[in-house]
Design a binder for this molecule. Structure first.
Ligand code: F6P
Length: 342
């Protein structure tokens, strides 16, 4: 059986470890043959393939990014898109099935293709940890480690100058990175999209930390909303969609904190640094295990399903379970952390 592998959507540390895992098991335990599909669904639509052997995946578990390239192309768009054309392309290249590694958008497209008769299996990825059918997704642990390290560094410079330091982390719709990095680095304020706050509430916590002799450390998800401040964003042309891309939230938040509290404040946007470089040990193991189990799922023809982490086990779930609602931070998890703010 010949399998085409693609990575689609934003890149994520651990993608290469999945590719290595599935190719190693697929060629050792089974008689699978693999081709790499370049740049996500774009490569499938354009028939941009290359042979993927054990040689290509050697030493890949520690390598960041994706050797396949990625894009946000929709496989249903364009003159060569759509399930019928894709089925013809696959038939022409003797490709029996697709392994699609990606986040919500990728899995939604994979689900549609599966419903239209294409043999496709998925592997969930997102640094944001916002997919609900898996307990954790690879890339998240790496992003939290990078954000935590950055915040530890911001703390020492903040302490030296008695400044408030605002760290803006990724998380367009959910606040998992901010919550975990905030707990790990001992932030005084954690601002996440699930819990909108007013500027006064934020400043109260900043002032309280400052009054206790601390240099206030604030972590904010890019998708956070400051209640009552929509105008400040629209004045800058920043709406809910493009605000995260421009690193807008901390640019509004930091000057407001300084103006209201009188504490000198600096903002740092961590941006794509959180997605680049080597995966953490945890993410290498998770991604590799997902790849190994994906090889079994391919041989067993579990079309329309993805491999996922449940507890410590890798299981298979229908695509539909991962789609729809996002895995947001539950209120109780935020309140748990709030006890640390003092
Ligand atoms: O979904 C992952 C993510 O890193 C988000 O946290 C972020 O908002 C977005 O991708 C950035 O996308 P791009 O790389 O296209 O700017």
């Amino acid at each position: 059986m010949k399998i085409g592998i693609l990575t689609s959507g934003g890149d994520c540390p651990g993608l290469n470890a999945v590719i290595r895992g599935v190719v190693l098991k697929g060629t050792t335990n089974y008689d699978l043959e693999f081709v790499g599909i370049r740049d996500g669904w774009r490569g499938l639509v354009d028939a941009d393939f290359f042979p993927l052997t054990r040689h290509e995946v050697k030493g890949l578990s520690k390598v960041g990014g994706t050797i396949l390239g990625t894009s946000r192309t929709n496989p249903y768009e364009g003159p060569r898109g759509g399930a019928e054309n894709i089925a013809k392309t696959m038939y022409g290249h003797r490709i029996d099935a697709i392994l699609a590694i990606g986040g919500e958008g990728t899995l939604a497209a994979a689900n549609r293709l599966a419903n239209d008769g294409i043999n496709v299996i998925g592997v969930p990825k997102t640094i944001d940890n916002d997919l609900r059918a898996t307990d954790y997704s690879f890339g998240f642990d790496t992003a939290v480690n990078i954000a935590t390290d950055a915040m530890d560094r911001l703390r020492t410079t903040g302490d030296s100058h008695q400044r408030c330091m605002v760290a803006e982390v990724m998380g367009r719709h959910v606040g998992w990175i901010a919550l975990h990095a905030g707990i790990a680095s001992g932030a005084h304020v954690i601002c996440i999209p699930e819990v909108p706050m007013s500027i006064d509430e934020i400043c109260e916590q900043v002032t309280s930390a400052h009054d206790r002799g601390r240099a206030p450390l604030v972590v904010v998800s890019e998708g956070f909303t400051i209640t009552g401040m929509d105008e400040a964003f629209s004045d800058k042309g920043l709406d809910a969609y493009n605000r995260p891309r421009l690193g807008g939230i901390s640019e509004v938040l930091a000057p407001e904190i300084e103006r209201i509290t009188g504490v000198e404040t600096r903002a740092t946007v961590l941006g794509h640094i959180q997605r680049g470089g080597s995966p953490s040990g945890f993410d290498r193991v998770l991604a590799t295990r997902l790849g190994l189990h994906a090889a079994d799922a391919l041989v067993e023809g579990s079309w329309g399903q993805m491999v996922a982490l449940r507890g410590t086990d890798i299981v298979r779930v229908p695509f539909a379970e991962a789609l729809g609602e996002l895995n947001t931070v539950p209120q109780y998890r935020y309140e748990e952390a709030a006890a640390l703010f003092g």
